[in-house]
Design a protein around this ligand. Structure first.
Ligand code: ADP
Length: 256
């Protein structure tokens, strides 16, 4: 069976003006994942958005500065987000299972094997694993830091055939499209060299997490394990099935 890991970013699940969860975006995403399952594929979801959901649930304007505040918001948000996933998947006759992971699981052989076993078992039951970083306990030493990297690690753990990153941009551009009007999309990347890294460099305003750099890093991890990766826009109609059927949408990082 074809096994596909799909990561969706916060920006693709929230309203740009309020930062609150967009139920229609989440709904459309879940429907596409459910349909991929129905077409006989195995799908693993890596989802962001827990903090956004937590902020609205707690009526907070912005993310707390201190670690325990952030972790509390994540605790509330993760539970609510998962409730939404479970509800929406159930409407389409599917079941979701939650996996919250931290980096220490990949650094410890036994824990790593346990996680791999859990993934395989969930897939064997026909459930859809829904993965996020375990933000409520993660501190710097044990965090992946961003879900792009996490999704690539998950893809290698489950030996996926394909990793798809859905974002608020339709792929990798030769330079930051926010700063350069003449930026052009790159449809294929065969080797991730300095030139490619440079295209994504200095791209993110929000320090540390996300942006294009972490997506390039994810592509490296995936490609090194022989897994192709695609970056595409979450808002494109039927984006998942079209990519799976080989349509050139976004940027393909081809494994050697
Ligand atoms: P997500 O929430 O989906 O992980 P991010 O906002 O973290 O997405 O990263 C995608 C953003 O990276 C784009 O919206 C764009 O503003 C920015 N970006 C910077 N450099 C590039 C580039 N070379 N090509 C494409 N996007 C870029």
């Amino acid at each position: 069976k074809t096994r596909i890991v799909v990561k969706i970013g916060s920006s693709s699940l929230t309203h740009a003006n309020t930062g609150k969860i967009s139920l229609s975006k989440l709904e459309r995403f879940v429907r596409q994942v459910a349909d991929l399952k129905n077409s006989g594929k195995e799908v693993i979801v890596v989802t962001s958005g827990a903090v956004a959901v937590g902020l609205s649930a707690l009526n907070l304007e912005k993310k707390p500065m201190e670690l325990e505040g952030k972790q509390a918001v994540a605790a509330v948000g993760q539970a609510s987000l998962m409730m939404l996933y479970q509800k929406l998947f159930r409407e389409y006759n599917h079941v979701a299972g939650q996996l919250l992971i931290t980096k220490d699981i990949v650094e410890n052989a036994k824990r790593k094997q346990n996680v791999v076993n859990t993934f395989k078992s969930l897939l064997a039951y026909g459930a859809i694993p829904v993965v996020n970083e375990n933000d409520t306990v993660a501190t710097e030493e044990i965090e992946f830091g961003d879900n792009d990297t996490l999704s690539a690690i998950v893809a290698t753990l489950v030996e996926a055939d394909l990793l798809i990153l859905l974002s608020d941009i339709d792929g990798l551009y030769d330079k930051n499209p926010n700063l350069h009007e003449d930026a052009r999309i790159i449809s294929h990347v065969d080797a991730i060299d300095e030139r490619v890294e440079h295209m994504a460099s200095g791209s993110n305003s929000s320090v540390g997490t996300g942006g294009m750099i972490t997506k390039i890093l994810a592509a490296k991890i995936a490609n090194e394990s022989g897994i192709d990766m695609v970056i595409s826009h979450a808002d494109t109609d039927h984006v998942l099935s079209r990519i799976v059927h080989g349509e050139d949408l976004g940027t393909l990082f081809k494994a050697p």
